[in-house]
Write a protein that binds this ligand. Structure first.
Ligand code: ATP
Length: 369
């Protein structure tokens, strides 16, 4: 059991820019925390500082209220699982899992017991005699997890552990790791740049960009209330649509004007925009594909909440169909009903669920709604 407290952590690599800046975060005992962000944003650096594999340039790191900045990696009681598995090719599955314990001179009987237990949890019991080359990618990754489990660490750190697996295996292993977290009741910190992993696995997500924390919250809250355009565009597949609109007032109502159309902004949102001085100014309207439509009730009931565009491309994703529509020079992605058949190049109407729109400041890109 362990909680972590990262207090103003920064990391500057020799001779280069700072990779992580002023990173502050409390990770609760038994939490499954996800660090997500694009390549190079500093996720791995944060993980390696927690593990003790990277020196902390400034700030403090506490494990269970104990300052550990100067505690060696091997004494932190933390296990790390890497993207490339890092298994020993000449050792069997059993010996790969037992290796760390043997080094620590743990009694043989205890090693056997821990390996058996980990093999049971990870369904590796029938594979204990095999060598890594005789295993599938998913099985290798389970061995890498097993090697971490046998140590019974206080904290598990995982650095993109699924990125070498194909899509189907990744989906399976996502569930395996979530179950593992439930079984072990230990603190997990998991790094990924895959937004599906971020949205589905963790209890809380930390979104990072350029070494800085952008937002920390539950997956649903971040999805529903992104604090800026970066977060809105990064989480969700497809990412949020953005359109530049002019905010105007007519007869006491606020509208978002785009080309020759005017979308009515719901009263509360409109009031907020007005109070913040956005009347007569351009802002960025953000809306997710599932809050746009190409046909149906919303369009029939609210024809005023629609814009005209041209269908450029249709993407079939099995259960879902997306239309890529050009509206006033910008492409937006619309989730449409799978029955909707429209030829590419045709003019279409796109309905906006105005209760779901977000507004962002054009310059700062921060949410203003
Ligand atoms: P990815 O998803 O690609 O693994 P990341 O978000 O984990 O990326 P980091 O690996 O933490 O990012 O790297 C953050 C920044 O620090 C990058 O600009 C990277 O080039 C730089 N960096 C990482 N390790 C070192 C190092 N040992 N020496 C110098 N610069 C480094």
């Amino acid at each position: 059991m362990a909680s972590l407290y990262l207090k103003n952590l920064s990391k500057t690599y020799p001779g280069r820019v700072t990779a992580v800046r002023d990173f502050s975060l409390e990770i609760k005992d038994q939490e499954f925390l996800i660090l997500v962000g694009p390549s190079g944003c500093g996720k791995t650096t944060v993980l390696r500082m927690i593990a003790g594999l990277e020196e902390i340039s400034s700030g403090e790191l506490y494990i269970d209220d104990r300052l550990v900045n100067d505690v060696a990696a091997k004494d932190r009681d933390i296990a790390m699982v890497f993207q490339n598995y890092a298994l020993y090719p000449h050792l069997s599955v059993h010996d790969n899992m037992a290796f760390g314990l043997k080094l620590r001179k743990i009694p043989k009987a205890e090693i056997r017991k821990n390996v058996q237990e980990a093999a049971r949890i990870l369904a590796l019991e029938d594979l204990l005699k095999r060598k890594p080359r005789e295993l599938s990618g998913g099985q290798r990754q389970r061995v890498a997890l097993g090697r971490a489990i046998v140590r019974k660490p206080k904290v598990f750190l995982m650095d993109e552990p699924l990125s070498n697996l194909d899509a189907q295996l990744r989906a399976q292993m996502r569930i395996e790791i979530a179950k593992l977290h439930k079984n072990l009741q230990t603190t997990f910190v998991y790094v990924t740049h895959d937004q599906t992993e971020a949205m589905t696995m963790g209890t809380r997500i930390v979104v990072m960009k350029d070494g800085l924390i952008q937002q920390i919250d539950s997956p649903q809250s971040i999805y529903d209330h992104p604090v800026n355009m970066f977060v809105a565009g990064f989480l969700g597949s497809p990412g949020m649509n953005f359109l530049e609109v002019l905010i105007i007032e007519q007869n006491g109502c606020i509208f978002a004007k785009l080309a020759d159309a005017q979308l009515p902004v719901p009263a509360a949102g409109g009031q907020k925009l007005k109070e913040q001085g956005y009347l007569g100014k351009e802002v960025v309207l953000g809306i997710r594909a599932e809050h746009l439509c190409g046909s149906g009730d919303l369009l029939d009931r609210h024809p005023e909440c629609a814009l005209r565009g041209r269908l450029e491309f249709t993407e079939l994703r099995g259960a879902e169909t997306y239309h890529y529509v050009k509206i006033a020079g910008r492409e937006v992605v619309v989730r449409v009903s799978p029955e909707q058949r429209t030829e590419t190049g045709q003019e279409v109407r796109v309905g906006f669920n105005m209760s779901k729109v977000h507004f962002f400041d054009q310059e700062s890109e921060v949410s203003v709604s």
